[in-house]
Write a protein that binds this ligand. Sequence first.
Ligand code: HSE
Length: 402
Amino acid sequence: MAKIAILGYGTVGSGVAEVIDTNRSLIEKRIKDTLEVKYILDLREFPGDPNEDKVVHDVNVILEDPEISIICETMGGNEPAYTFSKKALQAGKSVCTSNKELVANHGAELIALAEKNKCNYLFEASVGGGIPIIRPMNSALTAERVVEISGILNGTTNYILTKMEREGARFEDALKEAQDKGYAERNPEADVEGYDACRKIAILSSLMSGKTVDFKQIYTEGITAVTPADFSYAAKLNMTIKLLAMAKEKEDGYLAAVAPYMITKENPLAGVNDVFNAVFVKGNTLGDSMYYGRGAGKLPTASAVVGDVVECARNFGEHLPCLWEEENVSLKDFSSAKGRFFVRVNKVDEAKANELFGSVEKIYLENYPEEFGFMSGEMTEAEFEQKKAQLSGFVSRIRLKD
Ligand code: HSE
């Protein structure tokens, strides 16, 4: 019998128990064994819950029980999840996690520890919720040199941007609605400032490069400055605005960023709405492939954790290869990144904008009579900043996805 423990009985942790109960007979056929949740670690009690008798408050009960072979870490945050995961792996127990913060911070180290102890550290649920993306990167795509990963990796901000586009809502109002519906946290900073997407692209780009991409080095801009006016300009251009996370291999290194981008309506990412996520992976011989689905939520995320449990149970005593070394990749400075920009400027600066950006086509909106917008030519971030500094009537800019 495969006996497992769940660390953290919150949204995802309770979802893990629910997915196992719902699909038990199929899962047991797939692992050719029975599967039992023996312990649940949490500080709280859960009177009336079907699993209330499994709750323990001391992690050592789990770590010292030789019957436990797999641990689901659904606590989130760095500590105590890091210490518990290390101790579990040192004891030869595989760990399946949804904790993107811990994976982004210590992924390589925990994978190496799992290899040393002939077990696994699996983290499918840490990126894109229920969308299979980590396992494809580690198996089906291993013949590829992955040269670009880009996509929508945060459900909360995608919900907010979708509301702004469809209803002309202001950011603050769309955020409030997302909070009321339970899609956004009371403290929404990690999502709306892009930090959550940043950790997820750090994980994906680490798998892409085989080394560690430090999330602190990734240029990150959230969606708090996006306005209904930006969406009005986008609509006039048959475009929309999405928070994109991306990592690219260039001739002289890797480039990674998280920021709002204007994309054409023909781009498949334009059709990814509400809390859905989508990831593009470009391989040097495969070309583009795309992965789409529910990037957040209790059961989709729990399903990915349980999928990892199945993988561990099927490969008991064996370490599944995952190329992610501890050595850091040095990312290219984002100021050298080249791209085009959609720029909004007050009409007082029309002549200066012509001088700086050349003969660009101007877009005027009835509702915003004091300003105009235009698309710049290609230039580096640094060149753009230098031109922007010369525009006293500069209003805002959004990058254009090539
Ligand atoms: N807050 C995250 C999101 C949850 O909105 O995508 C999944 O990581």
